[in-house]
Design a protein around this ligand. Structure first.
Ligand SMILES: [Fe+2]
Length: 215
């Protein structure tokens, strides 16, 4: 359940230096409270088979030097507390379908092909500034039920001692299936916008920040 967002009022103090004929204005901007990232289901395809390679490059798997199929992208962002402070050493656990929309999971019924060179799963840690970054391929859409194709998305589970764990999904801007997805559209427009990653104009990376509630 999302914690109610409370915006702290910025504090503006006006100091008047007496006797010297000028005034001095000092603004103290307190840290801004942030809305907690909306939770979403982890779905049925969280990896169940152990794998040793869970690093930040999902386009190369194990000892293979063959790239995964699909459009290579970078996703990066910050993990923050709802107090606005970055969270260092947060665990960012991600998993996704390959470019054809298939999970490397024994219960995925999608007949789309597996990609033996796609890592599909990574567990990362944020740096001292709360940042994470990984390279992957843009996941494909896949059928979830009759009349319902899931838009491309990446699953995230983010945790750190002292914060409430979040499981959610990241979507991509300009994907027509976003507009009709049953999970995404169960959220308010504002909540949806926090889960839809936008491509950064200069770096080309998709940007996705995650906000956890302080315990
Ligand atoms: Fe999924």
């Amino acid at each position: 359940m999302s914690k109610t967002n409370i915006s702290r009022r910025n504090v503006l103090r006006v100091g008047v230096a007496t006797g010297v004929g000028f005034s001095m204005t000092t603004a103290y901007a307190t840290e801004t409270m942030k809305s907690v990232t909306p939770p979403q289901t982890s779905g049925p395809f969280y990896p169940i088979v152990a794998q040793s390679d869970k690093d930040a490059d999902l386009t190369l798997f194990g000892n293979s030097t063959t790239l995964a199929l699909g459009e290579i992208i970078t996703v990066e962002g910050k993990v923050l507390g709802d107090d606005g402070k970055p969270i260092a050493d947060a665990v960012v656990d991600i998993w996704q379908a390959n470019a054809a929309g298939r999970y490397a999971h024994e219960t995925d019924p999608n007949p789309a092909p597996l990609d033996a060179n796609f890592q599909g799963w990574a567990i990362l840690k944020t740096d001292a500034d709360g940042r994470y970054r990984f390279k992957t391929v843009r996941p494909g859409a896949y059928p979830a039920a009759k009349g319902w194709d899931r838009p491309p998305h990446i699953h995230f589970k983010v945790s750190r001692r002292g914060y409430h764990e979040i499981t959610t999904q990241m979507y991509f801007e300009n994907e027509p299936l976003n507009d009709v997805d049953r999970l995404l559209n169960a959220l308010t427009n504002k909540e949806q916008s926090t889960l839809i990653a936008k491509r950064d104009g200069s770096s080309g990376s998709f940007s996705f920040d995650i906000v956890l509630a302080v315990v």
